[in-house]
Design a protein around this ligand. Structure first.
Ligand code: MG
Length: 315
């Protein structure tokens, strides 16, 4: 379901987990989602008559007990009620005919599934009659509300992290040429334990590096027969799972593939789609470039193919 959440709505969940940890709660409750919403989209609440400071006062009045902070490395699960809030956000988006789930839908989910918070926000002056028009605007990015918040690292405790990845494979005649998750017709292909997809491997290392999680060899050792001939997209799907649950959000990936032949540019849209699909992100978050090596060295002689990637994530 998280695939349908737009970037800001995903960050609400990310911040909800952070708030739960900060307040020492072993579980994410709707109140933490509301606090996450107040962090990510204070303008939405402000427009509806409630400041984000007021949201925190409500939380601290409802849950005055202080607990010791839980390390953010500990996985904090959603409570049943918090899960219902997110499911409700999805059904509100369906009902309104919106493709993506936004911060506005999350607010509707909170109001529908948490009578306690609904009542408190009402007492605080929430203008419920304005919600639907505002949700429409957050819905498909008409008002600019959905634009990427460049001030994210200043407004919150999210950290922007970058990682770098590099890979090279020798090319041999008669092997399948897999790049960026798709097969490209050519008379040579990479030699490797898996399918030898240099672009996917470089992106894997960039993402793992950004998250401080080692490298591709640690997670998918080439001594493991499980990965023999594997389609490398499976590695990206694995990383997507590890990143899921609010631990890390992919902000952007930039990559360059270096090959003397064939021409790769025409295949980029299909590669972007395959890569984005495996990672559960929008294709426009992946930028691809191609270079030749001007006939110099092994790559230039067509004996090898290489890729470099840089990933930027929020953790
Ligand atoms: Mg490799």
């Amino acid at each position: 379901m998280l695939q349908r959440f737009n970037e800001r709505a995903r960050r609400v969940i990310f911040f909800a987990r952070y708030e739960a940890s900060e307040y020492g709660s072993p579980i994410i409750e709707p109140t933490h989602i509301l606090l996450g919403l107040a962090r990510e989209d204070p303008a939405l609440l402000q427009h509806l008559g409630v400041s984000s400071a007021k949201v925190r006062v409500i939380h601290e009045q409802l849950f005055p007990e202080a607990h010791e902070r839980i390390a953010t490395s500990v996985e904090v699960p959603l409570s049943a009620e918090a899960t219902r809030v997110l499911n409700r956000a999805a059904s509100e988006a369906d009902r309104l005919g919106h493709k993506h789930i936004t911060t506005g839908h999350v607010l509707l989910g909170i109001l529908a599934e948490s009578p306690l918070l609904h009542a408190e926000l009402g007492k605080a002056g929430l203008k419920e009659e304005s919600i639907l028009s505002r949700v429409g605007e957050t819905g498909e990015g008409k008002s600019g509300f959905d634009s990427r918040s460049t001030a994210i690292s200043e407004q919150s405790n999210a950290t922007v992290c970058s990682g770098i990845g590099y890979d090279l494979h020798r090319l041999e005649a008669g092997r399948k040429l897999m790049i960026g998750g798709i097969e490209i017709p050519f008379d040579k292909g990479p030699v490797g334990h898996s399918d030898g997809d240099v672009l996917v491997h470089a992106i894997c290392d960039a993402l793992l590096g950004a998250a401080g999680m080692g490298d591709i060899g640690t997670h998918f050792p080439d001594t493991d027969p499980k990965w023999k001939g594997a389609n490398s997209l499976v590695f990206l799907r694995h990383i997507r799972k590890v990143f899921a649950g609010g631990r890390a959000f992919i902000s952007h990936i930039d990559a360059v593939v270096i090959a003397e032949r064939p021409k790769l540019g025409p295949h980029f849209p299909a590669m972007q789609t395959a890569l984005a699909d495996a990672l559960g992100i929008e294709p426009d978050k992946i930028n691809l470039k191609a270079k030749t090596n001007e006939g110099v060295d092994a790559i230039g002689r067509g004996e090898a193919i290489a890729a470099h990637a840089v990933a930027t994530i929020l953790v």
